[in-house]
Design a protein around this ligand. Structure first.
Ligand code: SF4
Ligand code: SF3
Length: 528
């Protein structure tokens, strides 16, 4: 493929729901797309080696595992826009592979296999990409668990053997379909690991009110999903006169007991990722991106943007981890010189309804269902995005009858979390479990309800799934739900472009996956 063209269809905003071929709708340029393709390919070839070594009974070091995890994570949508950074990772990956091969000639590497379109059969391509994107999401969650000192060799081995299999031309469509479902299973294990890491480290999320206004101190805005980064930032900003606010997917940090103790942890600023160009400008202070979603920064605030972990952007300063620690002092010093945030709104939002909190309300919830006060739960989880068609989700939430409760997590919630939908006998009508990985919490809640109601099938519960997706973490969440046997999921605002007609047909036949239509029709057909 020539250097000025590219092919990427991994996210929901891909051009015309077909593929980005010149530049990404996300702002990704072709050199970055090529570097990402090379990195994914190099990582797959490394995994052929690690899988072979594991089969021989050899141990793969955690450094190699972390390299694979970060390589996958950094190619997720809206994380890394820096071609040089990505090419350095390609070099490092090939070096690590060479060392594992003990300097034996690398016979695996074949340039013609780089990139999505290298797989000619459209169904095989579709399944390979479905699995690759699922693994990217899984790697993101594993990365956060690793940051807190939690790891699982079985998950690492699965990620690597699966990546190796994606280079194996002998696998049939059935083999790959089975592998996609297995990916969902390991996705559940990975989300469980991250849930354990988060709750054992920071406590169980509690029902919390989060301030959405501002104070008069200079401040740092932290975005993304990495709680370990947040913890270090809060520690280092203590008594500095600099406040800390969350943005986007970092909002649920306010639900954890361990973070509540910081007096300078003020609240949440702004909305989901796609509004950041306006909101980062108004924030005035320093912005730290710990993970996706980064939108290419505008010149008027770019000098205030720092990246870390899997995120990188040319000419934005990157905070490295050294001996398990990150030094945020340059951010703090810069923040002190900058004005306080401009107020966007005032008030509070409520969240923190993860599994333990909902279990403690279980009797109340069960009674409300038995009395008919709650007729249906509607899972509206996943991602937000910039397309106008996503206003559907705000309108859908508004149009839901008053005897329904929304279960949410991920940045999808910003489409409705500031609506005043009231409560049902003290149970708020929007229950936010947390970040996108906390869909694990929603699954536990569903399984608990199934048990309480004595049902033999999770699909008999009064739960409707109306999931909005954008990037690849939503893919692992979807595969996880399918593995758990959830059927009739409505996925929108469009079905993934990477599903070929035949693969989409398999999903429809086996899981009755559908998409959305109009708010009126969907309310009528799903809620009654
Ligand atoms: Fe296009 Fe999405 Fe790929 Fe960006 S991540 S290039 S928007 S498909
Ligand atoms: Fe959002 Fe990017 Fe997916 Fe974690 S921050 S849900 S889109």
């Amino acid at each position: 493929m020539d250097r000025n063209s590219m092919f990427c269809f991994q996210c929901q905003e891909t051009l015309q729901n077909k593929g980005c071929t010149k530049i990404g709708v996300c702002g990704k340029k072709s050199d970055v797309a090529h570097a990402q393709d090379q990195l994914i390919y190099a990582t797959k070839t490394l995994c052929v080696v690690t899988t072979q070594l594991r089969a021989e009974g050899k141990n793969i070091s955690s450094n190699v595992n972390r390299l694979v995890t970060l390589n996958l994570f950094t190619t997720i949508t809206n994380a890394n826009f820096d071609a040089e950074n990505l090419m350095r990772r390609v070099d490092e990956t090939l070096k690590v592979k060479a060392a594992l091969l003990e300097n034996v000639d690398d016979k695996i590497f074949d340039e013609s296999k780089i990139g999505v379109l290298a797989t000619k059969n459209e169904d095989v391509r579709s399944l390979r990409e479905l699995i690759t994107y699922g693994l990217k999401g899984m790697a993101a969650y594993l990365y956060h668990a690793n940051a807190l000192g939690y790891d699982d060799e079985k998950i690492n081995a699965f990620i690597q053997s699966t990546l190796a299999k994606l280079l194996d031309d002998t696998l049939s469509g059935e083999d790959l379909t089975a592998l996609a479902l297995e990916t969902g299973k390991v996705g559940v294990d990975t989300m469980a690991l991250l849930d354990k890491a988060n709750t054992e480290t920071y406590g169980n999320p509690e029902i919390s009110k989060v301030n959405i206004g501002v104070r008069k101190n200079p401040a740092i805005l932290i975005s993304g999903h990495d709680f370990k980064d947040l913890e270090q930032l809060l520690e280092q900003t203590k008594n500095s006169g600099v406040d800390v606010y969350t943005h986007g997917e970092m909002l649920p940090a306010h639900y954890y007991p361990a973070f509540k103790k910081y007096k300078h942890f003020v609240g949440n600023y702004g909305n989901a990722w796609h509004l950041q160009q306006k909101e980062f400008d108004k924030f005035n202070g320093v912005i730290l991106l710990t993970t996706n979603c980064l939108v290419p920064p505008k010149e008027n605030y770019k000098a205030r943007v720092f990246t870390t972990g899997a995120v990188a952007y040319p000419h934005c300063k990157h905070v490295e981890e050294i001996d398990g620690k990150k030094d945020f002092s340059p951010l703090i010093e810069l923040a002190k010189t900058l004005p306080p945030p401009t107020e966007l709104e005032t008030g509070e939002i409520v969240g923190g309804f993860a599994h333990e909190q909902v279990f403690s309300l279980a009797d109340k919830v069960v009674d409300a269902v038995k009395d008919g006060a709650i007729k249906k739960f509607v899972v509206m989880a996943g991602c937000d995005g910039r397309q106008k068609s996503r206003e559907y989700y705000t309108e859908f939430a508004k149009a839901l009858p008053k005897d329904t409760v929304i279960l949410t997590c991920g940045c999808a919630k910003y489409k409705f979390n500031k609506l005043n939908l009231g409560d049902i006998g003290g149970i708020p009508r929007i229950l936010d479990a947390g970040q996108c990985n906390d869909s694990y919490s929603l699954a536990l809640i569903a399984l608990k309800l199934k048990k309480v109601f004595g049902l033999d099938d999770v699909n008999k519960l009064p739960i409707v799934y109306n999931i909005s997706w954008y990037e690849q973490k939503a893919v692992i969440v979807l595969l996880a739900l399918l593995y758990l046997g959830v059927k009739n999921i409505h996925l929108g605002p469009t079905l993934p472009a990477f599903l070929s007609p035949n693969v989409a047909k398999v999903l429809v036949e086996n899981f009755n996956i559908g998409t959305i239509s109009t708010v009126d029709d969907d309310i009528k057909n799903w809620i009654g």
